[in-house]
Design a protein around this ligand. Structure first.
Ligand code: HT7
Ligand code: ZN
Length: 875
């Protein structure tokens, strides 16, 4: 594939007014008739060639203004259709293509999932349906007619509002026509046809009182598993009206759940298509995490209606314009629905575990990249999660009202347009009379900035000077960086644990409790303090940076006990644990008992602290993950040493807190009926975290864990107990695995959990087990969820076994990538990105990982997706 560069952006020669699609469905030969109304854009020279994109299409017919085109008037390339000399003025091109949905294993374009026809057009899938200007800046009004055999596909859906439907006389076929009045780019086109069950409801908008029909389509038998998704949808619709003033705009909003889907879900206008994992839930099958995921993804896709659909992206370099902003919006929604503090911790954990390694490795790229070879590889944690952090910082800098004013202006000014990051930033500048040119560097410069902090207390003048130096490591293609604008929310905590006042501050701009860093170095002096405070910096993780403030243990313990900011309390406990774990991983046996005891005491206190909600206590109790420790070590990583150190600390904490944890475990037992709400989920999370500690000291045959499994009345309890039994090779492990399989054998989504538990078991036998499981009836290389559950979970979630010292883990994943690439390049490329931190490994493993990567890179005949990741990973 060719390199695409932001600087080369040019509008198309022609605009499209309307698109009339007539899709006649058949499993192996679907006919698509596309009638497209073109008109030259201003400045287009008469006769300028029209070049459309296509991919794996069979061209069956071509007419221009109703007359067939002769072969010398057009040219069909491998992935283009060129009309050499279109007429002057507007014209209608009618293209007939034939496609094979059954053979579409890439799951891009029009394909069949368990017999249901569905589409996935983002980013470049529409060109697999017809020849088109398949780019986000060409907006058109679509009318879609779908025709199919009634018995195969009684349900026929497309974007917009329904217009007409009926039978085709004398045949077993029927049709439906849908019209979407809102101009949209081709990537938001969708159609679905199949034999689906429908769950419906209504929503009355708050702003103008319009009634909107809501429908969720699922496979027959799954109707009872849609309640939570429907409720989340209604709450999302209300929230967007209340918080952003955004009302839904069509008469109907539909969600279709399919079982074969490359990503989580897709925001097609009025017809969202979802991976069924993010729709289906009931207490027996879904964990609390699944419920939270469903709520978040339903909201995310719904919020795209305004941030993505009504205002879309000019080009794919602007992907963060819709994705970063929409992730921010869904994070805010979940914070309002659940605990804000707990949600913030979860979001930062995700950022640090997924985005920080990306930003620190060979795949680092700016939130708005400037070049790509395969756009599918840029649906990354950087674009999504760091993109959301940038929007969050905007809000921190401008305040609640300034942020809302900027958003309102953005919606007013750009509704119906394909916009850029510059357009977005300009709205905030104009609404706030602010200069955000330095702030905009967050979009352009890759890498995680580091803040080095040193504090100087002057007892005589009772003043505190905080020196803060910012830096950012080089990233591919960017050797030097300019300083960022960094909002640092902070507090100064006095000896009594309360935030202190000061009389004056100098050295940087301060807005309320936020220091705004703009220079490479700032010395900020606070005068008029009554005594030396303990600083609490980066409260709420106010910027996506690494903070090196070298706090000593006493200061961290103090913050863990007293900080009024719950995020920084959590962070203080994590920092204490991380210091210990890093030392333990580097030098086995170097763990000092008094330090572990200190950490254990803190954790024990947090567990029983009734001032905090249980969900927050559960977070405070959790040690950094093995991958977090590896990231913090940065070089010469030995995953076995990390796992051993982490286990030693866990066991020590469990021993220290055994009595209180056992009491807490009993006290938190749920007696009432199951509820997925945040309160109940928080209690379960705390109880399960405590159970995890207790399982270490209960010995090999943990009666408590097995009992927990046997008596579970919901999936959170059942799955955690199963994982604990299997990951400790407990005597009850096989019983639980067999029981789980017997209960859920027919439910592939639930069996994914069973696969993941086994794939992430930290034992040398795991790899052989995974090979065996690839032949299990539940597994299929054709289904992305199955691949992610078994092989993706192994590569991303099993630190010791993927990184086996003999390289067998690397080889297995490399082999899988090579064979999967022929079937589904997008999923294969994502799997390969598990190698992204290979350079941080100790020399033996590093050489083996590099060899596996090279084998992939040099294999020949690769897709552009896998070739791109392999090449960049090695750079
Ligand atoms: N906007 C959606 C992205 C997406 C996607 C991209 C490439 C290939 C398949 C895909 N399925 C969905 C999802 C979202 O962020 O909302
Ligand atoms: Zn999105």
């Amino acid at each position: 594939a060719q390199t695409v560069r932001l600087e080369d952006y040019r509008p198309t020669a022609y605009a499209i007014g309307t698109v009339d699609l007539d899709i006649r469905l058949a499993p192996k030969a679907t006919r698509v008739n596309a009638k497209i109304a073109f008109s030259p854009r201003e400045g287009t020279a008469p006769g300028t060639a029209l070049e459309l994109a296509g991919d794996e299409l069979k061209l069956v017919g071509l007419t221009l203004n109703g007359a067939p085109l002769s072969p010398e008037d057009y040219e069909v390339g491998e992935d283009t259709l060129t009309i050499k000399t279109p007429p002057e003025g507007p014209f209608v091109l009618e293209i007939v293509t034939e496609i094979d949905p059954d053979a579409n294993s890439k799951l891009m374009g029009l394909y069949r999932s368990s017999g249901t026809y569905c589409t996935q057009c983002e980013a470049e899938g529409f060109r697999r349906i017809t020849y088109f200007y398949d780019r986000p800046d060409v907006l058109a009004v679509y009318t879609t007619r779908i025709e199919a055999r009634k018995s195969d596909a009684p349900i026929l859906l497309a974007n917009g509002n329904p217009v007409e439907a009926g039978d085709i006389e004398g045949t077993d076929r029927h049709y439906a026509v849908w019209h979407d009045p809102f101009p949209k780019p081709s990537y938001l086109f969708a159609m679905v046809a199949g034999d689906l069950a429908c769950v419906s409801d209504t929503y009355r908008t708050l702003l103008s009182g319009r009634e909107v029909e809501l429908r969720i389509y699922v496979e027959h038998g799954n109707e009872t598993r849609c309640d939570y998704a429907m409720d989340a949808l209604k709450r999302s619709m209300r929230w967007d009206e209340e918080v952003f003033g955004r009302e839904y705009d069509l008469d109907i909003f539909m969600i279709v759940a399919v079982s074969d889907f490359n990503m989580g879900a897709m925001e097609n206008k009025g017809l969202n298509v979802f991976n069924d994992k993010y729709v289906l839930a009931n207490p027996e099958t879904a964990t609390d995490q699944d419920y939270a995921g469903i709520e978040g993804v339903i909201a995310h896709e719904y919020f795209h209606n305004w941030t993505g659909d009504r205002i879309t992206c000019r080009d794919w370099f602007q992907l963060c314009l819709k994705e970063g902003l929409t992730v921010f919006r869904d994070q805010e929604f979940s914070s309002d629905m659940r605990s804000r503090a707990v949600k913030r911790i979860a979001d930062v954990r995700l950022l640090q575990s997924h985005q920080f390694p990306e930003d620190g490795g060979p795949l680092a790229h700016p939130v708005r990249p400037t070049l790509y070879r395969q756009i599918n590889n840029f649906y990354t944690a950087t674009v999504y999660e760091k993109g959301a952090e940038i929007v969050r910082m905007l809000k921190t800098l401008l305040g609640v009202e300034g942020f809302r004013a900027g958003m309102d202006l953005y919606f007013d000014r750009h509704d119906g347009e394909a916009a850029t990051i510059e357009d977005f930033i300009k709205c905030f500048e104009d609404a706030n009379e602010a200069d955000l040119s330095q702030f905009a560097r967050w979009y352009a410069q890759a890498g995680t900035p580091a803040l080095k902090v040193a504090e100087h207390w002057d007892e005589a003048s009772k003043s505190l000077r905080i020196d803060i130096e910012q830096s950012c490591q080089p990233t591919p293609g960017q050797t030097t960086k300019l300083p960022f604008t960094i909002p640092v929310r902070f507090g100064l905590i006095g000896p009594n644990g309360a935030d202190m006042e000061w009389t004056s501050a100098s050295g940087a701009e301060l807005r309320d409790d936020v220091i705004i860093l703009t220079d490479p170095r700032h010395s900020i002096t606070f005068e008029g303090l009554s005594s030396r405070p303990v600083t609490s910096l980066l409260r709420g993780f106010s910027a996506p940076v690494r903070l090196a403030d070298d706090k000593d243990r006493d200061a961290l313990v103090f913050l863990a006990r007293h900080d009024s900011d719950p995020f920084n309390r959590w962070h203080a406990v994590q920092s204490l644990a991380m210091q210990l774990l890093k030392r333990g991983a580097r030098t086995p046996g170097a763990l000092a008992t008094d330090e572990i005891q200190e950490l254990a005491s803190l954790i024990g206190e947090a567990a029983g602290d009734g001032n905090f909600e249980p969900a927050l206590r559960a977070q405070l109790l959790q040690l950094p993950a093995e991958s977090d420790i590896a990231r913090e070590l940065g070089t010469d990583v030995d995953p076995d040493a990390i796992a051993a150190a982490r286990k030693a600390v866990q066991v020590a904490i469990a021993g220290h807190c055994a009595e209180s944890f056992a009491i807490l475990y009993e006290a938190l037992a749920d007696t009432g009926p199951y509820s997925p709400d945040a309160e109940a989920a928080g209690r379960r999370a705390l109880r399960l975290t405590v159970l995890e500690y207790l399982a270490w000291i209960d010995g090999e045959a943990s009666v408590r864990t097995l009992g927990h499994y046997r008596t579970a009345n919901n999936m959170s309890d059942r799955l955690t107990a199963l994982r604990l039994l299997v990951h400790r090779a407990d005597a009850g492990a096989q019983e639980a695995l067999d029981d789980f399989e017997a209960r859920f054998a027919k439910d592939a989504l639930v069996m994914d959990k069973w696969l993941t538990v086994q794939a992430t078991a930290p034992f040398p036998e795991t790899l052989a087990r995974i090979r065996t499981l690839t032949a299990h009836p539940t597994f299929s290389y054709a289904n992305p969820n199955r691949i992610r559950a078994l092989i993706g979970a192994f590569a991303a979630g099993n630190q010791t076994q993927f990184n086996r010292p003999d390289g067998a883990g690397f080889d297995f994943v490399a082999d899988t990538v090579l064979s999967l690439d022929k079937r589904n390049p997008q999923v294969a490329a994502r799997l390969l990105s598990a190698f992204r931190s290979w350079r941080a490994l100790e020399p033996g493993r590093r050489a083996l990982a590099e060899a596996a990567l090279r084998r992939v890179a040099e294999a020949g005949g690769l897709s552009s997706d896998v070739q791109d990741i392999a090449t960049r990973s090695l750079q």
